[in-house]
Design a protein around this ligand. Structure first.
Ligand SMILES: [Ca+2]
Ligand SMILES: [Ca+2]
Length: 206
């Protein structure tokens, strides 16, 4: 997703996000079996085999829900069991505390149109101490629902911050509480200029 806070932001668009998601849901298929040595292991690989553009809905900049500015949605995931979506805001706790939204999207007529998207809830992300992330302390990007009903949310980190904020992929409960920290390969961790590591402009993107 390209919608971020900052200069040039004008609209919140669900075009690419929803088109891609619906395409993925429609096209999930296939599985393969992998074998490692003498120990067979089974893993399922899902791939997209087809895509279809269903339409677009655009919200004006400044659109709010429950006193939060919705804009800058950078990732979305579908909860099939409950037929709802979770979309993470790209806001680095500057407009409002870092958060994700719960959405309902009515695609019963086979197309995405104005009025099809309903914001049902907003949930503040809480760090390991149970506190909202401080301004600039996170740069949310991606979100994915786990088979356990939890959420994996990625942060790009901030290589320009002092001190540097490392990127992360962490697990959160549906109440927004961070419950687990995943390890991030060193090559994705930014380093100051002139030091080992990836360039200062590289980030962990969805
Ligand atoms: Ca529709
Ligand atoms: Ca981001």
């Amino acid at each position: 997703m390209q919608h971020r806070y900052g200069k040039g932001q004008r609209m919140i668009s669900f075009v690419g996000m929803l088109a891609l998601l619906v395409a993925l849901l429609a096209g999930l298929s296939t599985q393969t079996t992998a074998q490692t040595g003498d120990t067979p292991t089974r893993r399922t690989i899902q791939s997209t085999t087809d895509s279809e553009f269903l339409g677009e809905v655009t919200f004006e900049t400044g659109f709010t829900f429950e006193d939060t500015e919705v804009g800058g949605l950078s990732g979305i995931t579908y909860d099939a069991a409950n037929d709802r979506y979770y979309a993470v805001s790209d806001d680095p706790s500057e407009r409002n505390p870092a958060r994700f939204y719960t959405l309902s999207i009515d695609l019963s007529d086979g197309s995405l149109n104005d009025g099809d998207i309903t914001f049902d809830a907003v949930t503040t992300l809480l760090d390991e101490n149970g506190d909202p992330f401080p301004a600039g302390g996170i740069d949310p990007e991606g979100i994915a629902l786990s088979s356990e009903g939890t959420l994996y949310i990625s942060s790009e980190g901030d290589a320009s911050a002092d001190p540097i904020i490392d990127p992360f992929v962490n697990e959160f409960g549906m109440d927004g509480q961070q419950t687990r920290t995943l390890s991030v390969t060193q090559k994705f961790c930014p380093m100051p200029r002139g030091h080992r590591g990836c360039a200062i402009t590289w980030r962990l993107k969805a």
